[in-house]
Design a protein around this ligand. Structure first.
Ligand code: DGT
Ligand code: CA
Ligand code: CA
Ligand code: ZN
Length: 587
């Protein structure tokens, strides 16, 4: 039986969760979570380790967990998992996702109230039963209730990375089916939205192939349920609960259908209106003349062979899918051929990365080598600062040691004629009054400073704005990190007037990052118009805590494009020497 890294990680994480709920030894439980994390960020296939019997070579995997993994690969089950599953009702695992509700209180509520479903918990919070329990109270009950409402609201969507991980294998599988002449991912995923409702795939194929393509689709190994099957559309649900819609149209309809199913609905509405104003009718089947009564004349199709052709008929240049939100793109592409949006190939280096000095998984050398392997020219290290003790923030002594290590590595690269540079940086906490986390003489020693808020995210808007204003004005701040602190589908960001902060940052020549971690994607693309207007600089930052984390840059590029960032407004498209100059220029 072949197993994937993610599959193993999921099982180990389930053991961790169930152990917490069973009140088992905390350290034993955490070992499973650590192992899960390690395996998720492993660069090699876990099955290689299983075959070579070398699982214990992986850091953090001892004999006992190695046995569990082997057992899973051989039998599809793990004994400790099965026994935990038998003891703990499945329903309360979901309760672990409720922020502010720990395993001890979950066990207490479950035992004393005899409930195990989410909706039962909700009721018990509303009718005072939770509040009456020892150590909980009305305030906790309200907090739990609010978190549940959040969870319910978000369950229907998933993150961009999660949708991509479903869509890509599906796409690759379908594109090789017989008769597939054209295929694209459409919908919000093609538009690179930060969260995705369902995945939409569109195929252009002759009618005689449709049955076979749909057969293959609903039989795909990711499919657990067929939600619907028709003449031109089938929908399925994948094992992780996501819906995928596949539509098949005639090859000549493909460009118009692609345009329609890419959306957004708002963008489509404007296009249809523009068509009418030109005596035309645009729909998912194509572009047609309007007859004298203003109805679509299906006997008079307008010729086109691409989306570009259709836009041209509407007196527009091609609009990149990311921008199709009716956020000013129509006006822009009436008169411009291109926005010169940043691309993956423009990115020359990596800013915002953590090492084992704070909460990263790899050494500075390992992170640097991972960057070199990916063709980047520099790495801006930015471990956490001293106040972030929970994340192993750096003391002044740590910093001096790190600087020495970076100097040595840079010398080594130079001596070996490797064109690579490590910048000395820090992700400094923005303290509650807006000051940075070290004295100026230390801040002065860094090549660059990222300033981020990590605590007190729910301060009042007024206080938070003062905090950010001070941080942005501080001459040592080069880049503001993940400005709102949101965690997509989990936690709302801080209450901020982003327009004001963007203006202020542009004025002080401080950049605001686009945090590329798909859980964040913060700065939000909706602030792109303001950022463009005031010529805000940004950096596409992976906030990498592991080598794999570096690859999140691609999600950041997609978000930056959606936020209308051109290459010249992205710091990490600069050469190392240009970037150093930029950092120095605005101190
Ligand atoms: P999602 O799935 O919620 O993340 O967002 P979308 O944009 O992928 O929405 P979805 O899957 O409902 O539909 C895909 C595209 O199909 C949508 O972006 C535009 C087009 N579309 C669907 N229904 C309508 C409609 O009623 N009117 C118009 N104009 N377009 C529609
Ligand atoms: Ca969709
Ligand atoms: Ca859909
Ligand atoms: Zn951070």
């Amino acid at each position: 039986m072949s197993v994937t890294n993610n599959e193993i990680a999921e099982r180990l994480r389930e053991i961790y969760q169930l152990m917490q709920l069973a009140g088992e030894n905390r350290f034993r439980a955490i070992a499973f979570d650590r192992a899960a994390q390690t395996i998720e960020s492993l660069n090699e296939d876990i099955s290689n380790y299983i075959e070579n019997d070398s699982l214990t070579d992986i850091k953090g995997i001892g004999n006992s967990i190695a046995e569990d993994i082997k057992s899973y690969a051989q039998t599809g089950t793990i004994e400790v998992l099965e026994s935990l599953r038998a003891r703990i009702p499945e329903g309360i695992i979901k309760w672990l996702d409720i922020s502010g509700l720990g395993p001890k209180n979950i066990a207490k509520i479950h035992k004393q109230l005899g409930i195990s479903e989410l909706n039962e918990l909700k009721e018990a919070c509303q009718d005072g039963r939770v509040a009456s329990l020892d150590g909980l109270g009305e305030k906790s009950a309200q907090k739990i209730l609010k978190s549940i409402e959040w969870m319910e609201q978000f369950d229907e969507r998933c993150r961009l990375d999660e949708a991509t991980e479903i869509a890509e294998p599906m796409y690759n599988f379908l594109k090789d089916r017989e008769g597939v002449q054209a295929i694209e991912i459409a919908g919000s995923l093609r538009r690179s939205n930060e969260t995705i409702g369902d995945v939409d795939i569109l195929i252009g194929a002759d009618e005689k192939y449709i049955t076979d393509i749909f057969d293959a689709f609903v039989d795909h190994k990711l499919v657990v349920e067929v939600l619907g099957r028709g003449e031109t559309k089938s929908s399925i649900r994948t094992e992780n609960g996501r819906q995928v819609d596949l539509r098949i149209v005639k090859p000549e309809q493909f460009p118009a259908a692609l345009m329609y199913f890419t959306g957004s609905k708002e963008h489509n509405v404007v296009l249809r209106q523009r068509a009418r104003e030109r005596g035309l009718s645009l729909n998912e089947y194509g572009l047609f003349q309007l007859d004298d009564d203003g109805n679509t004349d299906f006997n008079k199709p307008i010729d086109y062979s691409s989306e570009t052709d259709i836009y041209e008929q509407l007196d527009l240049h091609f609009v990149p899918p990311e921008l199709r939100e009716d956020h000013g793109e129509i006006e822009f592409f009436e008169s411009h051929e291109s926005m010169n949006l940043v691309t993956d190939d423009d990115i020359r280096g990596v800013l915002h990365a953590h090492s084992t000095y704070s909460d990263g998984k790899f050494s500075i050398r390992e992170m640097a080598e991972a960057c070199i392997k990916r063709g980047y020219e520099y790495l801006g290290m930015s471990d956490h600062s001293q106040t972030a003790a929970y994340a192993g923030g750096l003391t002044v002594d740590d910093i001096k040691q790190q600087w020495e290590e970076i100097d040595q590595l840079n010398k080594e690269f130079a001596d070996n004629e490797i064109n690579f540079k490590i910048f000395k940086g820090i992700e400094s906490d923005i303290l509650s009054d807006g000051s940075l986390d070290y004295e100026d003489d230390i801040l002065d020693g860094f090549d660059f400073v990222i300033a981020s808020v990590h605590n007190g995210l729910d301060m009042s808007r007024d206080k938070m704005m003062t905090r950010f204003r001070n941080a942005i004005k501080n001459p040592y701040t080069d880049i503001v990190g993940h400005p709102t602190g949101r965690l997509l589908l989990q936690r709302d960001g801080s209450d901020l007037d982003m327009n004001e902060l963007i203006e202020l940052a542009a004025k002080h020549n401080t950049a605001i990052e686009i945090n590329a971690n798909p859980r964040r994607l913060d700065l939000d693309w909706r602030h792109g118009n303001k950022a463009k207007e005031v010529v805000l600089m940004s950096a596409i930052n992976p906030d990498a805590h592991s080598k794999k984390g570096i690859d999140d840059i691609s999600y950041g590029v997609r978000t930056a494009r959606k936020a209308k960032f051109e290459k010249h407004r992205i710091l990490n498209t600069k050469r190392a020497d240009e970037l150093m100059e930029w950092f120095q220029s605005h101190r």
